[in-house]
Ligand binder design. Structure first.
Ligand code: FAD
Length: 389
């Protein structure tokens, strides 16, 4: 194989290029990113960057790295077409032939179809974050549409910077897709203690010049409105190329699409959960970078093992570091230990562990989840406090 093209120069796309070189690939690597500038990390955009404004600190690699590693980085160029038969991608008026194509196109923000939504700001790119930072230069009333990770991280920073913050969440609890009801409640209390007002079961029906309106008619005054209502995977290229797409680009356990010359990774890829076989799509740095490493190993012939990494995730909100190891289904049982750790079970099998400021238990959980399935009795036998509350 001579020629690898990577569409999307975010966390996973860059890691794929790095890992290919580390694993000994000597052919040409072309990394094409739609955003301008060097690849950067997104997690700090809703955390430290809002306070520091230090964009240089977000860069994943310096400019010199690309020349040194013989990786051709083309920024500010959107890939707009894949010709699978000819094995070329088109980007503007340029054409790039490939022997293997890696789709690493990530996600875009979901903007719910509510009147006035154009008045609300987004938080996905560095450009979004710097706009939001500028809007917070003076004391403001901020309304956040969406009580998921990004909305809550922003809310915590804004409250600590002295802004008056209100969160409106359509679901009955915060971070409902990702954590147990007990953990949602711990974080609702945390934001309450920061002085933030949280409205649950509260879909927003309009963004006005003065703020937001909730479905029950409540009007919340705000100078800055952030919409953080989830994302959609960027599957348009794959779809137009007639690759299967179902809430993401469908790949097998080795992250190959139906076309053996095209892989997909990270936020845009749907792959079989190693534990349950059900199709899942993860939005995390860990998944994107682990996917990239697996694809590089497969392409360089180092290993053909299917993807089996234990998912893990973190979110920093004020002084609380939430860490999640594993992946729980929505109906998995939740048992809370005395230290606030939440143990999730699918039947009798441990599926996930949610901790706050408890790196030790999080790391232990990752190790345990990487081994053979664990049941409650073996956790208790190992001295774990899984059911104190
Ligand atoms: C504000 C914020 C906070 C986050 N916090 C956390 C966190 O605390 N922990 C965590 O694990 N994860 C966090 N995430 C999620 C994490 O950043 C993503 O899961 C990770 O970046 C996924 O990597 P990726 O390579 O799949 O996608 P991305 O890093 O999003 O990269 C995709 C890139 O592809 C480009 N692209 C798309 N289409 C094209 C095209 N046609 N041509 C060329 N380029 C294209 C996009 O512009 C983008 O730069 C956060 C995300 C955001 C936005």
């Amino acid at each position: 194989m001579e020629n690898i093209v990577i569409a999307g120069a975010g966390q996973g796309g860059l890691q794929a290029a790095i890992s290919l070189r580390q694993d000994g690939f000597t052919g040409r690597i072309t990394l094409i990113g739609g955003e301008k500038g060097l690849p950067y990390q997104r997690p700090p955009l809703s955390k430290t960057y809002l306070k520091s404004g230090d964009a240089a600190a977000l860069r994943l690699r310096p400019a010199t790295f690309f020349a040194k590693s013989d990786i051709e980085l083309i920024d500010g160029l959107w890939v707009d077409h894949i010709d699978r038969k000819a094995q070329i991608v088109q980007a503007g008026d340029r054409v790039f032939p490939y022997d293997h194509l890696i789709l690493a196109t990530g996600t875009r923000n979901l903007r719910p179809p509510i009147p006035g939504r154009d008045r609300a700001l987004d938080l996905r790119t560095l450009e979004d974050a710097s706009r939001l930072r500028a809007a917070l230069e003076r004391p403001k009333r901020c309304a956040v549409i969406g009580g998921g990770f990004i909305g809550l991280e922003f809310a915590a920073v804004a409250a600590l910077l002295g802004h008056a913050v209100t969160i409106a969440e359509a679901a009955p609890r915060l971070m409902a897709r990702a954590v147990s009801p007990a953990m949602s409640e711990q974080f609702r209390a945390l934001h309450h203690d920061l002085g933030t007002a949280t409205y649950l079961n509260a879909p927003v029906t309009e963004v006005t010049e003065d703020g937001i309106t909730l479905q029950d008619g409540t009007v919340i005054s705000a100078d800055v409105v952030l919409v953080a209502a989830g994302v959609r995977p960027n599957t348009q290229l794959a779809e137009a190329a007639c690759l299967p797409v179902d809430n993401g680009i469908v790949v097998d356990a080795c992250l190959l699409t139906q076309d053996p010359a095209i892989s997909a990774l990270g936020d845009c890829a749907v792959f079989p959960d190693p534990n349950t076989g059900r199709p899942i799509r993860l939005e995390s740095v860990q998944a994107a970078t682990d996917h990239a490493r697996l694809i590089a190993r497969r392409i360089t012939g180092k290993s053909c093992d299917p993807y089996a990494a234990v998912p893990w995730f973190w979110s920093d909100q004020a002084d609380a570091k939430l860490q999640i190891a594993g992946l729980a289904g929505p109906d998995d049982e939740a048992l809370t230990g005395a230290d606030g750790t939440v143990w999730r079970f699918a039947g009798d099998r441990l599926s996930a562990v949610e901790t706050v400021n408890n790196a030790k238990t999080h790391m232990q959980a990752r190790k345990r989840l990487a081994g053979a399935p664990i049941d409650r009795a073996s956790l208790v036998a190992a001295g774990m406090d899984i059911n104190a509350v």
